[in-house]
Design a protein. Structure first.
Length: 139
């Protein structure tokens, strides 16, 4: 959307100054998702886990280890959503247990930290993804 608006503005600017040489300095900007759990999930996780979090994202078939169905985390843990374990996994990466995924999964904690120097915002991103995952657990 941003690029489309930029293109339209450039078109109007060019038409208004037709015949006059112009120098246009365009700096692309990175559009960041909001801090909401669903937005962060769609932006960072859905490529592998799918928009429905069931492990069937568009990149899933290219991975050696299929992405987990994240809607079954509670069912696979005696009905209890493992929030602390999910937080650790997002923050620090794979544990020794194969059931927790392969090392192909990115470790998002450092990535979220690099987006903003605020520890509070990085932790909010992680907490919001974890809360979103808790909210989509299969009944």
């Amino acid at each position: 959307m941003t690029m489309r608006l930029l293109g339209i503005a450039l078109l109007f600017a060019t038409a208004a100054t037709a015949g006059q040489p112009q120098s246009v300095n365009i700096t692309p900007t990175l559009v960041m998702p909001s801090l909401s759990g669903p937005d962060i999930f769609r932006y960072y996780c859905a490529t592998c886990h799918g928009r429905d979090a069931r492990g069937k994202g568009p990149a899933a078939s290219a991975l050696k280890t299929p992405p987990a169905d994240l809607t079954k985390l509670a069912a696979n843990n005696r009905g209890q959503f493992p929030a602390e374990r999910v937080t650790r996994f997002i923050t620090a990466g794979r544990s020794d247990a194969q059931a927790h995924g392969s090392s192909e999964m990115p470790v998002w904690g450092p990535i979220f930290q690099s987006l903003d120097p605020s520890d509070t915002i990085a932790q909010a991103r992680i907490d919001n993804v974890v809360a979103y995952l808790r909210s989509i657990q299969a009944k």
